[in-house]
Each structure stands twice: as structure tokens, then as C-alpha cells.
Design a binder for this molecule. Structure first.
Ligand SMILES: [Zn+2]
Length: 252
């Protein structure tokens, strides 16, 4: 038996036996783990609100040799989705919570079991922190999708048209043939990225999540990128993300 204390992000929980819950969490250095939280369904005292998806904190868990399932003893939250909704008005608070569930689901889909992915952890932690500063939830969501796909090496290159090499400052077309960005002359299809949206992507490539929430991107730019990112994510995951639909339904 080995007791480990680690920084981690809660991704999801589900019921296990009579009163326990299984908690899926991403640790910074040991990758994704599944832990039994004893009595978590009946007694809220030990874990309180710390089991909300995308809560980040210090976890204490016990590993036993030959067992994949660990025993989760404690979570001391540092940031939580509840903070993301604090300071936001009604609808915006609900949307912020919807987005944190969406982020947690995406990380869960992408993180392999028990294999460290420190860059993914740091992305999730920094976006979670920025979310609790009450900045634009929409910009953070687009930023998160952009970097998640980039870390996986599947975001189309922003540097130049994939066909002719011309620069893309005037915008681009995402070609569903090869899922690369092409210029307006070479590209086909309806997935277009306007000049403004392309400029936003170039800034997202260089900025921190905290800076991007203060960026003041237009609703149109966010919608354009939402469509493009949803297509890229569905293509790479080979399915739609459940919580993305919830986020859309929470819109005014
Ligand atoms: Zn071209």
C-alpha cells in the first residue's frame, strides 16, 4: 500500500455499491485515476462540494499493488466550479457551470488512463482558474478547445494555406477533406473562419487564458469558432460531446 498526495482535477463521479462513489480524476504527474470515495453518496461531510466536475485540489489516495482502483481519502479544493459561478448573474452563472462540466468531459475523453499528461493538466488548471475570475466563459471555452486540440497535435496549422502556402490573415476555410486550413482560393466547404476569428486564434496561440477572457471577442467570432471546433472535436473523438449540447441549451 502506498499513500499519495497529489494535485488533481475531478473529472466525473458515479455511484458505486450502496453508498460509495467512483471518482475519476486527473493528477498532475500520475495521469488519470479512478478512486473509490467511501460513503460519498450518503455522507457529504468528507467530500463536501469537492466532487463537482472540474474541482481542482489536493487529493490523498491509497494505491494497492495489482489494483487499478485506488482508495480516495480526501480532496482539499483549491478552485471549484462554484467559484466560477459566483459573481456572475443568473444565466451566466448557469452557463459557467455548464462549461466547467463540458471541460471536465473533454479532459476525461482525452486523457488516457494512468499516463501522465502534464500539459493537459496545466491547461485544465489554468482555464479553471481563469473561469473563477468571472471573465468571458465563451472565450475561455474556445480557448480550451483550441489548446486541447493543439496539445493533441490535431489543430490545423495557422501559419499558411495547406495547399498554396499563402498567409491566412484574411481568414480561412476548414476543408473537411483533410481538416486543414486553406485560403479562400484553395479551400472548399462551408466551414469558414473570418479574418476576425482567425486573428483571435492567432492571439489564443500566444496568450494566457486569463488574458483571453479580457479580449472582448465578438459573439459572431465565438459562434464561428464554436462550429469549427465542434466539428474538429467530433471528428477526432468520433462522437459529439454530451455537455456541449447542454451549454448550447443554456443560451438566452
Ligand atoms: Zn491557398
Amino acid at each position: 500500500m502506498r499513500t499519495i498526495v497529489a494535485d488533481a482535477i475531478v473529472l466525473r463521479t458515479y455511484r458505486y455499491a450502496e453508498a460509495d462513489r467512483i471518482v475519476v480524476f486527473l493528477t498532475e504527474h500520475q495521469g488519470k485515476k479512478r478512486g473509490v470515495a467511501k460513503n460519498a453518496t450518503k455522507s457529504r461531510r468528507r467530500f463536501g462540494g469537492a466532487l463537482e466536475p472540474f474541482t481542482r485540489g489536493r487529493v490523498t489516495y491509497v494505491e494497492r499493488e495489482g489494483r487499478e482502483l485506488v482508495r480516495l481519502d480526501r480532496i482539499e479544493p483549491v478552485t471549484s466550479p462554484m467559484q466560477s459561478s459566483a459573481g456572475r448573474v443568473d444565466g451566466d452563472a448557469a452557463r459557467a457551470l455548464g462549461y466547467t462540466s463540458y471541460f471536465a468531459e473533454l479532459v476525461d475523453e482525452w486523457a488516457p488512463d494512468a499516463m501522465a499528461n502534464e500539459r493537459l493538466y496545466r491547461l485544465a488548471a489554468s482555464v479553471g482558474d481563469a473561469m473563477s475570475r468571472a471573465g468571458s466563459a465563451e472565450s475561455l471555452a474556445r480557448y480550451f478547445e483550441f489548446w486541447l486540440l493543439r496539445l493533441e497535435g490535431v489543430y490545423p496549422a495557422l501559419s499558411a494555406c495547406a495547399r498554396c502556402g499563402r498567409t491566412l490573415v484574411d481568414g480561412a476555410v476548414l476543408d473537411p477533406g483533410d481538416w486543414q486550413f486553406a485560403c479562400a482560393r484553395c479551400g472548399h466547404g462551408a466551414l469558414t473562419v473570418s479574418r476576425d476569428a482567425f486573428g483571435w486564434l492567432c492571439r489564443a496561440a500566444a496568450e494566457t487564458p486569463a488574458a483571453i477572457t479580457d479580449d472582448g471577442a465578438s459573439v459572431e467570432v465565438m459562434r464561428e469558432l464554436e462550429v469549427v471546433h465542434a466539428r474538429l472535436i467530433a471528428m477526432h473523438l468520433e462522437r459529439d460531446v454530451r455537455s456541449a449540447r447542454v451549454v448550447r441549451e443554456l443560451r438566452p
